[in-house]
Design a protein around this ligand. Structure first.
Ligand SMILES: CSC[C@H]1O[C@@H](n2cnc3c(O)ncnc32)[C@H](O)[C@@H]1O
Ligand SMILES: [Zn+2]
Length: 444
């Protein structure tokens, strides 16, 4: 059988693939990927049986290979809200624009919004993400079709109401049951209490217990603004991280997004509990939260610091390359340190640390690991010259440098193409238009 590329077939799952001559850790390497989607061999030249076994051979000679990127905090279907409400104060943005529109969402909206999000994430080399939103059975269907890895949580908000809490508990339990039925190893359910200011301690305690019982992640927003920290102290007599700890919500299975306003004691607590923190610099700057996540304090305390984009209404895209650069330069600027968060650490937080946070392998390209690989073009301006690929990836490249993306061996994008993307753009645009119309009709 010929292993020449046929663009239609290469996207079919479970094919063995040989990547020829990509630049990996400074050396030209061949990478063989098994039918099971794992890295079978890495060496300077793979020939003989393995070469013949490969159903597809990808010419990597004009590429550099990176482990697939991981986005540890987003609300994928908010792609539909891109540009709907910008340049606003965070609490007004949420309560006057975003939540009133989200009240009209339906499952089909979340399906098309998530499909659009998956395409956008793959385009910048993302293979796995951590999502919190509504109608998550529809999000799961979209992720399954796109072939990415995801941890999905129903955004749990009770505003202190017992009745609301009961319905959020049911929605969470339903998501766990739906995901289990899918039997897709790349998709996991998680518990998603939105934030300490939208979920009462009773709700937080239920969430932590349920996550423990189901050995799942707990995904939450934490200390994004100074106001929410002050309100928490006034209402509960302690800062939000302490409150979460009291409710059992801080552990190695926790992903806490933002964490901009943590003090030193809270950083130490998160480190002690082994929490993963998701840094979301673009969203934080756009919503002017006025403090950058204390990166070095969290690292020194032993927390697992990772990277996320947040949703498309506060970012307004899901481009993880842009996020890496923003993280590296925001940390330097805010903390007045030109050596803080160097390029290799930005890559580490987006690969190894992200994979660790979500429980998706090592985030490294190594024999035996799942083949989560991004090939970036080297015959492009942002990669020229190429003294240090990590520097170019973080500081110079846009997503136009991303050529090919594999997730557990399945090719999600090849030569810049993702199958079916045009239909998704059209459907997502129609869906967004209908959502806003539905709201306006209901308002009038
Ligand atoms: C209950 S599902 C998730 C919920 O979070 C909202 N959201 C989006 N971005 C942010 C942010 O920066 N801070 C707080 N909440 C945010 C989203 O609109 C959903 O309602
Ligand atoms: Zn968020």
């Amino acid at each position: 059988m010929s292993n020449e590329i046929n663009e239609t077939d290469i996207f079919s799952s479970n094919s063995s693939v040989l990547i020829r001559g990509t630049l990996l850790n400074g050396k030209r390497q061949d990478i063989f990927i098994t039918e099971e989607g794992n890295i079978g061999e890495i060496s300077e030249s793979i020939s003989g049986e393995l070469k013949n076994e490969a159903e597809f051979i990808i010419d990597g000679s004009k590429t550099v290979a990176s482990p697939g990127f991981v986005n540890t905090h987003t609300h994928a279907a908010m792609t539909l809200l891109r540009g709907y409400a910008d340049d606003m104060h965070l609490q007004e943005w949420l309560s006057e624009k975003i939540w009133p529109l989200e009240a009209h969402l339906c499952g089909e909206d979340v399906y098309w919004g998530t499909k659009l999000a998956c395409i956008e994430m793959i385009k910048s080399g993302t293979v796995a993400f951590n999502d919190m939103y509504f109608f998550m059975d529809e999000a799961a269907k979209a992720v399954d079709e796109c072939g990415m890895k995801a941890v999905l949580s129903h955004g749990f908000i009770d505003f202190g109401s017992e009745e609301k809490r009961e319905s959020e508990i049911k929605a969470t339990e339903k998501l766990f049951s739906d995901v289990k039925k899918m039997n897709n190893q790349k998709i996991r359910a998680a518990v998603g209490p939105h934030a300490p200011y939208t979920v009462a301690p009773e709700g937080l305690s239920w969430c932590s217990e349920y996550a423990k019982e189901n050995d799942s992640l707990l995904h939450i927003h934490l200390s994004e603004t100074e106001t929410e920290v002050k309100d928490c102290v006034n209402q509960h007599g302690m800062k939000p991280a302490k409150l979460l700890d009291k409710c059992g919500c801080l552990s190695e299975n926790t992903v806490a997004a933002h964490c901009c306003w943590l003090d030193d004691e809270e950083c130490a607590l998160l480190g002690k509990r082994g929490v993963s923190v998701s840094h979301n610099p673009v969203s934080n700057m756009k919503l002017a939260v006025n403090r950058a996540m204390p990166y070095q304090q969290l690292i020194d305390a032993g927390a697992n610091v990772t990277l996320g984009t947040d949703g498309c209404s506060s970012n307004n895209n899901l481009d993880i390359l842009e996020e890496m650069k923003t993280a590296a330069i925001l940390q330097k600027f805010f903390w007045n340190s030109d050596t803080l968060l160097p390029a290799h650490e930005a890559i580490k937080m987006t690969t190894e640390s992200g994979a660790k946070a979500l429980g998706f392998g090592t985030g490294k390209i190594e024999t035996g690991a799942p083949a989560d690989i991004v090939l970036l073009k080297t015959n492009i301006s942002c990669m020229t010259p190429l003294y240090n690929p990590e520097s170019n990836i973080v500081y110079a490249c846009g997503s136009n440098a991303v050529d090919t993306v594999l997730c557990s061996g399945r090719v999600l994008m090849y030569d810049g193409n993702i199958p079916g993307e045009e239909e998704v753009y059209q459907k997502a645009a129609e869906t967004a238009f209908n959502l806003v119309n539905r709201k306006e009709n209901a308002d009038n």
